[in-house]
Design a protein around this ligand. Sequence first.
Ligand code: CTP
Length: 401
Amino acid sequence: MATAELAGKHLVLGMTGGIACYKIAELTRLLTKAGATVQVVMTEAATQFITPVTMQALSGHPVYTSQWDRRVPNNMAHIDLSHEADAVVIAPASTDFLAKLVHGMADDLLSTLCVARDCPLLVVPAMNRQMWQNPATQRNVAQLRADGVEVLGPDSGPQACGEIGDGRMLEAAATFEAIASFFAPKILRGRRVLLTAGPTFEPLDPVRGITNRSSGKMGFALARAAQQAGAEVHLVAGPVALETPWGVIREDVQTAQQMHDAVMREVSGADIFIGVAAVADWRVDHASEHKIKKTADRALPTFTFVENPDILASVAKLPNPPFAVGFAAESGDLEIHGEEKRARKNVPLLIGNLGPLIFGLDDNEVILFEAAGATKLPHADKQMLAHTLIAEIAKRLPTRA
Ligand code: CTP
């Protein structure tokens, strides 16, 4: 999950006391892997849950826990540590620490550093359901938001105390996504993006069907990049085994007809439609209600096919269509088929997959087809490419009246 947004960023990762400290080990690994420098600062309470030695080994930097640390020659740890930081991230952020932030308290290294910082502050709350719902906590969170603090999460679900509800810290991967999202340029702020991704599944009977080998990776990467660019993203996904990108609204469908109907329900108000799904062109006219059995005379089953709706073309035909973008994978002559397909579907932009028709890869190389001509983009991993494509789409968006 390499992400361009975090490469070269300098983060102060402040840990406060809570069982969710175990998630920070993984978060640190994800952040450093993405190229960020992570300076861990822990409160005394945090060190009761995970040791500074663990955090030092994972971050590759000495961990600070005290204002009086002798390693800082000028005794200005609270200033020095956040001096070059692009952001301070408090994860997990305890009930107590949120309250301290609201009041600007400065009675340990981490709280003093937060007051003394001149960079953005992100907090990732982690607490029991009742502590989260407590009116004082809710007031504190509202005040932090009003003060410009970014509040990431919390999540909902089973908690360490055995209760179920809001308050648990986002998982490490979701926290990572949310931090990456914070740093992405908001080139699609205020825009709505609708996408399709993955294959469709057209049943023959209750257990069999026709599908294809689309992994959904490119569509999901684009959904994630659009969300990180500030858009409100609705993703209509065929059957794929992929995690929903953080902050994206996902709707699962099976068939092309269901995908078409879901898109038509959501399309009004969308600024951009990106058809990444490998939609089945045909379905069986009448899928059998019962499992098709072999007969005594071994007669082979026959099927009559009918054409599925073309989702992309239907969107492009709407009276007031969003900026519609298609994808095409061809087994040859992409330059010819790409432009022909773009014109036939009447979309301003079609993205052609260069290279062999191999599904499930993590990288890709594409050509952009548009009325003005074709442009080849450099080979890149799908997430990087998704950011580039979102930037290319944003450049071409008509300005709003
Ligand atoms: N598409 C769609 N609905 C369909 C078929 C395709 O929305 N029923 C969209 C795809 O999501 C993609 C684009 O159309 O964005 C091109 O898909 P492709 O399968 O390459 O196009 P087809 O029209 O099916 O052409 P071909 O005969 O090459 O399969």
